[in-house]
Design a protein around this ligand. Structure first.
Ligand code: A3P
Length: 344
């Protein structure tokens, strides 16, 4: 795809001194990471444990540390958070379409979502912006991006910069999904990454073991979900907690809720004009997965974007998991979420 993702303007050329300074900073983060517990992970590359969560080193580099030290949120920012394979591609599309509907009508044939995959429109902080593997040790200048800014993250709530978690204004929309579908979706995705670098696929049993031990990407899954769940209870005006499964069942209700939360509610006129339905249609699995960009485009990971679109349904895990696996996962989920008020 010839188009450059819009967020790339934040990588402005720097002076030699500034470049050296950035390099020094990233080196210091690398030193910290090199002392952390590290194992060979599901993608055949090292994963390290930082502040209780597992990070894939080739996916994020030292990104999480750079985010913590350099990202400053603005009151108008919206952060779209999730653990991978919970529907972030969809959430980003919906949020982008909602936020930009005045400049980009959802019905227009020039809509950015028709040309860009949503990960290019809503960059993940630790993967696209602060990842030294990807950006040659350059700290981005996010001030240059027009407000309101939309970012994605897979970092756990407890590791987010304080400018987000302690701000009265910064808002987070979190999406989660039932444990079993998340595991099966992740397993498929891992095998796409592995086949991309000519590695044998891993068996579902193996992925299941990693997952149950909490060693899935950005895992433990349950701790990730609980962090944001607690955040949403403590700061309901700042953290909106959504479930993929419920959103698929009632998209209109949830889209309106999201728009309210994001500070751009639909007017009666917009509803009458059918904007809510138009956005849902534009962002549906069927529409997005059939676009040229998402069928043939390639992400920064070297993965074709079609890897982000598999089935888009609830309950597909039942076609893969054995009754024993289901029982074990349900048991862990019940234990982990016990007393939290959250069910998955
Ligand atoms: P399945 O593997 O179960 O099909 P993420 O976007 O966080 O990586 O999550 C990927 C999951 O969301 C995949 O689930 C994918 O098919 C589904 N998905 C992607 N786009 C979607 C859309 N527009 N609507 C609903 N689900 C979508």
């Amino acid at each position: 795809m010839a188009h450059n993702a819009p967020y790339k303007i934040c990588f402005v050329p720097k002076s030699r001194e500034e470049e050296e300074e950035d390099e020094k900073i990233y080196k210091s983060y690398e030193e910290i990471i090199s002392k952390l517990p590290t194992v060979e992970g599901w993608s055949g590359k090292p994963v390290y444990q930082y502040q209780g969560f597992w990070y894939n080193s080739d996916l994020v580099g030292v990104g999480p540390l750079a985010v913590q030290n350099h990202f400053t949120s603005k009151p108008t920012d919206i952060l779209l958070a999730s653990t991978p394979k919970c529907g972030s591609t969809w959430l980003k599309s919906l949020a982008f379409a909602v936020m930009n509907r005045k400049t980009h009508l959802p019905s227009t044939h020039q809509h950015p979502l028709l040309t860009f995959n949503s990960h290019d429109l809503v960059p993940v902080l630790e993967i696209r912006l602060y990842n030294n593997n990807l950006n040659g040790n350059q700290i981005p200048n996010l001030e240059i991006l027009p407000s309101p800014r939309l970012f994605g993250t897979h970092m756990p709530y407890t590791s987010l910069p304080q400018s987000i978690t302690h701000s009265d204004h910064a808002r987070i929309v979190y999406i989660c999904r039932n444990t079993k579908d998340n595991l099966v979706s992740w397993w498929h995705f891992v095998n796409k990454i592995r086949s991309n670098i000519s590695l044998e696929p891993i068996k579902l049993e193996e992925a299941f073991q990693w997952f149950c031990k909490g060693m899935s990407v950005f895992g433990p899954f349950w701790d990730h979900v609980l962090g944001y769940w607690k955040g949403s209870l403590e700061r309901p005006r700042n953290v909106l907690f959504l479930k993929y499964d419920e959103m698929l069942a009632e998209p209109v209700l949830h889209l309106k809720k999201m728009a309210d939360f994001m500070g751009c509610p639909f007017s009666l006129m917009e509803e009458k004009e059918g904007l809510v339905d138009q956005i849902i249609k534009l962002c549906s699995f069927e529409s997005l997965s059939n676009l040229e960009v998402n069928k043939g485009g390639t992400s920064h990971l070297g993965l074709t974007y079609n890897a982000y679109f598999r089935q888009g349904k609830v309950g597909d895990s039942a076609n893969y998991l054995t009754p024993e696996m289901i029982e074990q996962l349900d048991h862990i989920t019940e234990q982990k979420l016990h007393g939290s008020g959250l069910t998955l």
